[in-house]
Design a protein around this ligand. Sequence first.
Ligand code: ADP
Length: 600
Amino acid sequence: MQDKVQKGPEKAFWIVYKTLQYFYPIAWKRYKAFFGVGIVKVIIYAVLPFVKIMMMPLIIDELLGARNFHRLVLYAAILVAGHTLLSLCGSFADVTLEKYQEKMDNFFSEEMGRRVMTLDFQLTEDKKALDQIEAARTGMEWYSGGVYGISMELFQGISNIITGAGVIFLIALYAPILFELNIALLIVSAIINSRNNAIEIETYGRMAKINRIFSYLAFNMMDFRYGKDIRLYHAKEMMVEKWEAYSNECRQYWKWQADKKLPLGIFKSISESVRGFGSYLYLGILTIMGKITVGTFSQMISAGNTFQYSLEGLIRNMQEIIKRSSYAYEYVKFMEYPAAIEKGERPVEDKTHTIVFRNVSFAYPGSNTSVLNDVNIQLNPGEHLSVVGLNGAGKTTFIKLLCRLYDPTEGEILLDDVNIKEYDYNQYMALFSPVFQDFKLFGFSIKENIVLDKNYSEEEVSGLIGQVGLSDKINSLLKGTDTILFKASDENGIEPSGGEQQKLAIARALFKKAPVVILDEPTAALDPVAEYDIYSHFDTLVGGKTAIYISHRLSSCRFCDKIAVFSEGRIKEYGTHNELIGIDGGIYAGMFAAQAQYYQ
Ligand code: ADP
């Protein structure tokens, strides 16, 4: 998003404009009734103060003058009935509007969830983007009050304008000096309010990072999946200590905010007292001099107060709108967060593909260290490639680049001789069925975890379950493939072992039926028998598809056509098992010899 370089109020108004421009067309399209009720609320609250302002002087002058009983009853009835009726309608409008709060919050949260899930993967490891997500979430949900919160200020603001305009007319008519006094004090309170808001915005800015860390800690502390590690490694104290440290830091920010606001609060109270005193003095003199009646005296006091409240209210509304918009704008900024990788429009043809890495080097964003250096490799259609190397050699990074989770820093990756950046991103992503080391299963049913939202047949699902060796396990479950995973999602949910989870992840990858299957250390959590099972069915599992297989266990390499040995971000050896095993002093030969003794 292009932020124009603007300062001070100009920037604040620009942010309000951008925020309203983003939210209101969407809100208007979905929640027209909300705005209808909003207009009713505006009118009711604008008119409400006038019932008292207009009726009270009539009652007082009647009491001090003719004391006509019927007239008094009539005035009092109009006053009470008018006030009650309008208040009731106002409350009804408020309650009706409140019902929209959750609806709108949920809608915009859902939209944000969608955006988070489709965000360029690279950004999920980018600190700036993560901070932006946190700022958007807290800004929208907590601080701005969302579209509902901003709208309430807008509605009240318009009511205040109408009320203020009405009473200003009355005051100017009877007591012009009172009008000037109110304006002077209004300026004072505007300055105080804007100072208060600046302080709050500064506090919020400082808290964004801490809130992100807090969410992380809260999530880990409360999530029982971390339970084993926390207990066995005595991480509890460390977690609590960190929590307390961040709490203290938070407290300091809140204290800083409170200290800064205190003198402003005192100054504001004094200025309000001055206004009250001045009004009574001036109107008292006018009454004693006989220029106005006692009724008008009370009317002017009432109008003065209403003028003060409505204009002060208006300024507060405006400042609230500015403040809330500046929070909600974080949401807008996130929703319009610039893409991290280039995306083309070229369609991916429905045929077998050749993939080529040409002089590819890569450093993770924010790092100067190259993790891949000048990688060159060709993957032919239907070829099975095994990628081996020690931890940190760059194997997973190689896969991430292939799947376009990141773009190379140098060099290019070609699909059928065309740079992958030129292809339609979603069509390109659809080519791959990866199972990453850190794959995640959802707290949904087994079946849903395999098919996600795609069409499926029961036979296909049970066939896949058989292929990955889970039939016995799933047949033993009362609800079969409808069993929910994890107790956190369902009290009858199951907690599959690491190996079972990995098998489910493999079944999910195979169900996708993408032409390129990628298994990144897929057998790490499997026992040797299960591992052998997967390997020996490897050909049936991936069929004639192109497959990339990352594993520490070199026995898997025998099932592959080619082996690429990564070391320090480079492909140091490349060839078939027999070719590599024959290299004297070669990395692969050495690794194979070291592992072979365990397998003999
Ligand atoms: P392998 O899969 O061979 O174990 P990786 O590709 O995961 O190796 O990692 C290669 C190098 O890149 C390692 O030094 C690792 O610390 C670093 N690395 C991995 N992921 C990131 C990341 N998101 N940000 C920065 N460095 C990373």
